[in-house]
Ligand binder design. Structure first.
Ligand code: GTP
Ligand code: MG
Length: 433
């Protein structure tokens, strides 16, 4: 007998309420994004069900009439994806009425993070966020199970469902504490690794940040000649990676690739990924990558800026990078979009990650930023400290070197922090270039 070896994609219905005040464009963009999220999880969206409402229905998200329609559509589907975060009881009621599994937007995003998490830290962070999301839902499940259990066991008996629920809740709490401890330990490890790296490399760092799928990892690869994961998936990258700009520059510029942002990023994830992003936030420059071919690019830009604000990156200098211009319609449309972007965001870069020349422009812009920041200092290196010479040559440009009876005079130019550190040890004064 032949067995089907490939799993069929699960069939999903996308369900969304258009709240008053949400424009048609915004609503459509959000639904399209839900479709991409679904695709990332391997689901196939086979139908859509939408309704305009002032607020969500308290009982089950949609009004009763619309729920009829949804129940009909759901006959041919395995699950319903709701384009908002809904309450545990709304989800339960929808499930009961339609006989289909219901996943809300938060759960979809959490599931993607769960599947893509690779490192120990990312896995722990995602698990904490998932447990935080599950806890109130388990309470709801226990509440619903309670009366049934009572009916079965007769009145007066203690509800098996409830005590089971309490046990589960305690287990969840304990597990979160345990994971947090694990993460704290890793945080310390990372901090010392980071400190060591800084000493070695100086501090010229740029972080690629931006909406998911904007092309951050593609740019990372092009800028550093490395082989990070690039995929037409949402949240392909969950860990921050750091590599040197290639071909190498003096001082060396380190580039980090970071986790992407999305509208309504589940709150638990913002907190969880803060530590991952912290590393990126130690950069002196944020290259904010935006998908210029997306009609909703302004919304993406705003969402990213809001999250950056929340994690305390408001004051870091920005280089706005509009990527994927090659996909912004035909040649005329591309020229028009580029002109509009340049007019609206002076100093921005408009590019395509697949063009060598454009990558060179981006590399130059990054180089120029760090070049402007450089400061000069005079150092005196006694013979006993000649070991440090290697470090100086790696982190700074040496403008002049003069031998002296007791050691060497060096005039150097480099990153303010690196020069300051050297100046404190061997300085004969620090001056702006
Ligand atoms: N046409 C075109 N495609 C691009 C360009 N830059 C990136 N891509 C494609 O866009 C998709 C997403 O690219 P990634 O580099 O993985 O995006 P990301 O920002 O790292 O995404 P996350 O890690 O999910 O946040 C891939 O299929 C890339 O090949 C570009 O300039 N033009
Ligand atoms: Mg990526």
């Amino acid at each position: 007998m032949l067995r089907e070896t490939r799993e069929k994609p699960r069939r999903a219905i996308a369900a969304a309420v258009q709240l008053s005040g949400v424009s048609e464009l915004e609503f459509e963009a959000s639904l399209t994004e839900l479709g991409q999220l679904a695709k990332t999880l391997g689901f196939e969206v086979v139908g859509t069900c939408t309704q305009k409402r002032v607020r969500f229905d308290q009982t089950a998200y949609f009004g009763t009439g619309k729920r009829e329609e949804l129940r009909f559509l759901a006959q041919d589907a395995d699950l319903i994806l709701v384009d908002h975060e809904i309450s545990p009881s709304q989800a339960r009621n929808l499930e009961k009425e339609t006989g289909c599994e219901v996943m809300d937007r938060t759960m979809v995003i959490l599931e993607i993070f769960h599947r893509h998490a690779r490192s120990r830290a990312a896995r722990a962070q995602v698990e904490i966020a998932r447990l935080g999301y599950m806890a109130p839902r388990m309470r709801e499940a226990a509440k619903l199970a309670g009366p049934k259990d009572r009916a079965r066991s007769g009145t007066g008996g203690r509800s098996g469902g409830e005590s089971h629920g309490e046990l589960d809740r305690r287990k969840i709490r304990d597990r979160i504490v345990e994971l947090q401890k694990e993460l704290d330990g890793m945080g310390l490890e990372r901090k010392t690794q980071r400190a060591r790296r800084h000493e070695r490399e100086g501090l010229a760092r740029v972080a690629l940040v931006g909406y998911t799928n904007a092309g951050k990892s593609t740019l990372m690869r092009a800028l550093t000649g490395s082989g990070g994961l690039v995929a037409d998936k949402l949240f392909a990258t969950l860990d921050t990676t750091v590599r040197a700009l290639h071909p190498e520059t003096v001082p060396r510029v380190l580039v980090s690739d970071t986790v992407g942002f999305i509208k309504n990023l589940p709150h638990g994830l913002v907190t969880s990924f803060k530590s991952t992003l912290d590393e990126a936030l130690e950069a002196s420059l944020l290259a904010h990558v935006v998908d210029a071919s997306d009609p909703g690019y302004e919304r993406q830009l705003a969402v990213t800026e809001k999250v950056l604000d929340e994690i305390g990156a408001r004051d870091l200098p920005r280089l706005l990078v509009f990527n994927k211009i090659d996909r912004a319609g035909d040649a005329a449309a591309q020229v028009e979009r580029e002109a509009a972007l340049r007019a609206r965001y002076p100093g921005c870069i408009v590019m395509c990650a697949k063009r060598e020349d454009d990558i060179a422009k981006l590399r130059e812009a990054i180089g120029a930023f760090f070049g402007r920041r450089l400061v000069e200092a005079e150092l005196y290196l006694p013979w006993s400290a000649q070991k440090v010479r290697g470090e100086i040559f790696a982190t700074c440009t040496v403008l002049e070197e003069r031998l002296d009876g007791e050691g060497t005079f060096l005039r150097v130019r480099g990153e303010p922090e690196a020069v300051k550190r050297l100046g404190e040890q061997f300085g004969a004064g620090t001056a702006k270039a």
